[in-house]
Structures are given as structure tokens and as C-alpha cells.
Write a protein that binds this ligand. Structure first.
Ligand code: HEC
Ligand code: HEC
Ligand code: HEC
Length: 468
């Protein structure tokens, strides 16, 4: 116990030291930039071009690209005007507010020339020469081609201008100084567009371009280092985002049934796939936006991601598949036997109570052929249960899946007011043991506390069953 504590302490000290060292480095670079080079120059303001000066076909293409890039998700506040910014983006260094990217000359990007816009996307530099923070995923958007930037620019410059200033960021020192980002860029930004696309077949190149560039899948699915940069060599290895776990999409994917290109296509297109379930939370918004994308782009993304997840080899896949099928059969049989046995021993232990809750409150919808919108998948198939922690599972148990107005979407009741924190934790523990052969989760209680405290809602707005 004591030894573990000391080791942890030593680990923390090392981390603190490394943090301090790199911080010094960043500051040194920033000071260097400040003193020796003036930093990037300002680009002259322009009078906002008339909307009619843009080719409608290019504007239309820009609209699709903006959807793939999730520009609205980050730049339109709930209930706010489109693209007027002010969405709070929490980071370990403080809160950053997205900016107004409507063509208002005073408070938006109306005075930005196409060159200024292009520079922001590619280098993370504002029109006035100040550095932008990578909460704006320019480390991905740097890959966006000139042509696509032109279309995005045309799309944004033809939106309704909104006169609105956004709240000031609340970043801690030294990150409240934008100059520090000069050092960050030097360390972590590899300016695009990369020339690897030219060496690939068209389909793979398109998939890579969309995943790495505009689609910025890694912004949520790649773990970050202590300076908030995505870790090199860990692309799509899974990460935490806004209290959710964005599962690994590489060979370490927790999915019980390995993802295939076809399954990924269905999941990304409809927000649901029968062997993997439904896209929730931030992923629901990604899927909702992808609805605007042409079929071949979604296929290219699916094929590229499937390639990442099968890098470990087909052999592993085959054996996993067999194991899963065996486990599914077992799980279903065992669960019903269990629930009968457990009815006699209510509350005898955590597992016991979890089993009882599962049998009484969950099995009816999650076992057997119950149709949508109330039919849930066999929980042995859910990455929420095979994943690295209980975060997503407890969120869905507490909040449920609310019905979505206007579309036929899957519905699950919220259990947050029906069972207490201890029972949610007990249930999670039981499900993990029951439906996986993986080790137990370490801090389920924390997941429950976080889910209760966050007030985050589960969005499934993207899940369209009527398209299937
Ligand atoms: C993950 C959230 C996120 C996404 C997605 C996103 N942005 Fe942003 N964007 C931000 C944030 C946050 C800022 C402000 C950064 C700062 O102040 O340094 C920003 C700033 C910008 C700026 C600089 C504007 C200014 O006035 O300084 C432009 C231009 C921009 N975004 C365009 C886009 C476009 C185009 C897309 C879609 C292709 C997009 N953004 C998608 C979060 C996002
Ligand atoms: C804003 C953050 C965010 C972005 C951007 C994002 N994802 Fe996700 N993704 C998530 C979260 C969170 C989950 C878990 C959602 C859940 O539990 O339903 C997820 C889940 C997934 C899953 C399901 C994995 C499994 O094992 O169940 C796939 C596949 C996926 N994302 C693919 C993508 C692709 C491809 C992209 C880029 C086009 C992308 N994601 C971009 C946050 C994101
Ligand atoms: C009224 C029916 C209903 C009940 C009761 C219900 N669920 Fe669900 N559940 C659903 C539906 C529908 C979905 C969405 C489809 C899917 O992904 O399985 C879902 C999704 C889920 C998921 C996400 C699966 C995935 O990865 O996509 C989990 C985990 C889950 N439910 C757990 C539970 C637990 C635990 C209980 C009991 C406390 C429960 N559910 C009770 C209908 C129900």
C-alpha cells in the first residue's frame, strides 16, 4: 500500500519535472520567436465579398466539407445562431471558446481573405498573426487541400453574418499567451498537406485524407500527451473526451465482434450496427454530420478504419469471432439461470444485486428478439462493456437513450432516478464479469460520480432507423 503510494508519488514527481522542462522549452521557443522573429504577419483585412460572387456549386461542396469537418458542432452553441461560436471547450489548461466564423466583418471572419482562412486551417494562425489554440483541430485540418479550403471559405462567407463577440478564454499561465503555441507547433504540428496521398491508391488516399484531415477522428480517438498533443505512434488508440471514452479503433479495439468495413459503414451512416450497437454522445454528432457526406466518402472512411483495426492480423479476428459466439450463447444461458438463482438471494452481494437488476430491468430488452426501438443488442457485443472503463456504460444506464423528436430512434429508459449510485456500480461490475472475460474495472465508483455530476446528456440524434 505504502510502497504503491510512494511509487505513484515518484511517478507524479517525474511527470511534474518533465512538465516543467517542456514548459521551459515552450517558453524559450516562444520568447525566441517573439524576440528574433516577429512571428507570422497580419494579413490585410478585406471588405466582405458579396455572397453572389461565389460559385453556388463551390458553396454546395463547401457545405458538405463543413459537415464532414464538424464545423457546426464546435462553432454553433446550443440554441445559438449558426457558426456564431461561443461554444465552451474544456481543456486541462482551462476553457477555450470557439470563435464566430460567420462573415461579420467586426466580430467574425468577414474581413478575412481566402489566404488568411487558408493559413488558419493549415498553420493555426489568425488573420492578425496571433496563434490559435489546437482546441481548433488545425493539427488535422492542416491536411485539407487548397481546393477544399476554397470551398469551405466560400461556404462560410455566404452564411448569414452574425454580430456577436464570444466570451474570453480562461486559460492558466503560460497558456494564456498565444505565443507559447509557436513552441507547441514546432514540437507537434507537421504542416500538411502530406505527400503520402500521392503514393496510395485513390480509395486509401481518400480514406486517410478524411480520417486524418477534415474528419479529425484522432482529435477524440487518439490519446494526448500532457501538453494536449496527440501522441505520435498511438493514432486512434482510444482516448477520453468530454467524459466519454472514444474507443480504440486500431488493433486494440475492444469490440467483441471485430469491425469490418461493411459494419463501420452502417454504423457511420445510420448511427447503429447490429453487432456493435448505437453511436452516442459526441459520436452521435459526428454521425449526424456525416449524413451530409456522399456514400463513397463514408465508405472510404470505413475501409480505412477497418484497415487500421485489422492490422493485428486476420487470425486474431477469426479466433475472437469464435470466442464471442461461444460467449454469447453462454452469456444468455447463464444469465437466465443466474437470474432465477439470484431471485432467491436478493442483495446477498454486489454481484447478486447486479444480477437481479439486470434480470429485472435490462434482460427484457437486451436478450432475445425484441424489435427496435426498444430492442437493445446482446450486451456481450457492446464496447461499453468490453471497453477500458465503465464511463460510457454508467452514462447510458443513468441517462438512458431519450426518444428523438421526428425520427424513429432507439429508446432506452433512464435508470438514474430508479437505482442509486451503489446499485449502478454493482450492476456495472456484474455486467463486466458476466459478459466479458476481461479483468474487472478499477474505479467504477468514480465513473458513476462523474456521470452524475456532469449533467451531460446522451444524444442519439443521428440514429436513424428509418434509413435501415
Ligand atoms: C473541436 C472543435 C472545433 C471544430 C470541429 C472546428 N473548430 Fe474552428 N475553432 C475552434 C476553436 C475552439 C477556435 C478558437 C481557437 C482559439 O481561440 O485559439 C476555432 C477557431 C477557428 C477559426 C479562427 C477564427 C478566428 O476568428 O480566430 C477558424 C477560421 C475556424 N475555427 C474554422 C473552422 C472550420 C472551417 C471548421 C470545420 C472545417 C472548424 N473550425 C471546426 C474549434 C473547432
Ligand atoms: C468529438 C469526438 C469524436 C470524434 C471527432 C470522432 N469520434 Fe468516434 N467516438 C467518439 C465517442 C465518445 C465514442 C463512443 C460512443 C458510444 O459509446 O456510443 C465513439 C465511438 C466510435 C466508434 C464505435 C467503436 C466501438 O467499438 O463501439 C467508431 C467506429 C467511431 N467512433 C469512429 C469514428 C470515426 C471514423 C471518426 C472520424 C470520422 C470519429 N469516430 C470521430 C468520439 C468521437
Ligand atoms: C425498454 C428497453 C430497454 C431497457 C429496459 C434497457 N435497455 Fe439498454 N438499450 C436499449 C436500446 C433500444 C438500446 C440501443 C440499441 C443498442 O445499442 O443496443 C440500448 C443500449 C444499451 C447499451 C449500449 C449498447 C451499445 O454499445 O450500443 C447498453 C450498455 C445498455 N443499453 C445497457 C442497459 C442496461 C444495463 C439496462 C438495465 C439497467 C438496460 N440497458 C435496459 C433498450 C433498453
Amino acid at each position: 500500500m505504502l510502497e504503491g503510494g510512494t511509487q505513484r508519488q515518484a511517478g507524479l514527481d517525474m511527470r511534474a519535472l518533465r512538465f516543467a522542462l517542456v514548459l521551459c522549452l515552450l517558453l524559450a521557443v516562444a520568447v525566441g520567436v517573439y524576440v528574433f522573429a516577429a512571428g507570422p504577419p497580419a494579413i490585410d483585412p478585406i471588405t466582405p465579398p458579396a455572397a453572389a460572387s461565389f460559385d453556388p456549386a463551390v458553396v454546395k461542396r463547401g457545405a458538405i466539407l463543413a459537415a464532414i469537418g464538424d464545423c457546426d458542432t464546435c462553432h454553433t452553441a446550443p440554441g445559438g445562431r449558426a457558426f456564431a461560436g461561443a461554444v465552451a471547450i474544456p481543456t486541462p489548461f482551462g476553457t477555450i471558446f470557439s470563435t464566430n466564423i460567420t462573415p461579420d466583418a467586426a466580430t467574425g471572419i468577414g474581413a478575412w481573405s481566402e489566404a488568411a482562412f487558408q493559413r488558419a486551417m493549415r498553420k493555426g494562425v489568425r488573420r492578425d498573426g496571433a496563434y490559435l489554440y489546437p482546441a481548433f483541430p488545425y493539427d488535422h485540418f492542416t491536411q485539407v487541400s487548397d481546393d477544399d479550403n476554397r470551398a469551405l471559405y466560400a461556404f462560410l462567407m455566404t452564411r448569414a453574418p452574425v454580430h456577436a463577440t464570444v466570451p474570453a478564454n480562461t486559460l492558466s499561465f503560460p497558456f494564456n499567451h498565444r505565443t507559447v503555441m509557436a513552441g507547441w507547433n514546432l514540437l507537434f504540428l507537421s504542416p500538411g498537406p502530406s505527400n503520402v496521398y500521392a503514393t496510395m491508391d485513390a480509395g486509401t488516399a481518400r480514406g486517410l485524407y478524411l480520417v486524418e484531415g477534415l474528419g479529425h477522428c484522432g482529435a477524440c480517438h487518439t490519446p494526448r500527451n500532457f501538453l494536449g498533443a496527440e501522441k505520435f505512434g498511438d493514432a486512434l488508440a482510444g482516448a477520453e473526451v468530454e467524459g466519454w471514452t472514444a474507443y480504440a479503433l486500431d488493433a486494440s479495439s475492444p469490440a467483441a465482434v471485430p469491425w469490418t468495413a461493411a459494419a463501420l459503414y452502417r454504423y457511420l451512416r445510420d448511427g447503429f450496427e447490429e453487432h456493435h450497437g448505437v453511436a452516442r454522445g459526441p459520436m452521435a454528432e459526428v454521425v449526424a454530420n456525416l449524413r451530409a457526406a456522399p456514400e463513397e466518402d463514408v465508405r472510404a472512411i470505413a475501409t480505412y478504419i477497418a484497415g487500421q483495426s485489422t492490422k493485428a492480423g486476420a487470425q486474431k479476428q477469426a479466433s475472437q469471432q469464435v470466442a464471442v459466439q461461444a460467449r454469447r450463447g453462454e452469456a444468455v444461458a447463464a444469465a437466465s439461470a443466474d437470474s432465477q438463482a439470484n431471485r432467491a438471494s436478493v442483495g446477498s452481494s454486489d454481484g447478486g444485486e447486479g444480477a437481479v437488476i439486470y434480470a429485472a430491468a435490462c434482460a427484457g430488452c437486451h436478450e432475445g428478439p425484441r424489435a427496435m426501438p426498444y430492442g437493445g443488442i446482446d450486451l456481450a457485443l457492446s464496447s461499453a462493456i468490453t471497453g477500458p472503463n465503465a464511463d460510457n456504460l454508467v452514462t447510458i444506464v443513468i441517462d438512458g437513450l431519450p426518444a428523438v423528436a421526428g425520427i424513429r430512434s432507439p429508446i432506452m429508459p433512464a435508470f438514474g432516478n430508479v437505482i442509486d449510485d451503489g446499485q449502478v456500480a454493482g450492476l456495472a461490475k456484474y455486467l463486466r464479469g458476466r459478459f466479458t472475460d476481461k479483468g474487472s474495472w478499477s474505479d467504477i465508483e468514480k465513473s458513476v460520480r462523474d456521470a452524475r455530476g456532469s449533467g451531460r446528456a446522451v444524444t442519439v440524434s443521428s440514429t436513424r432507423m428509418d434509413q435501415r
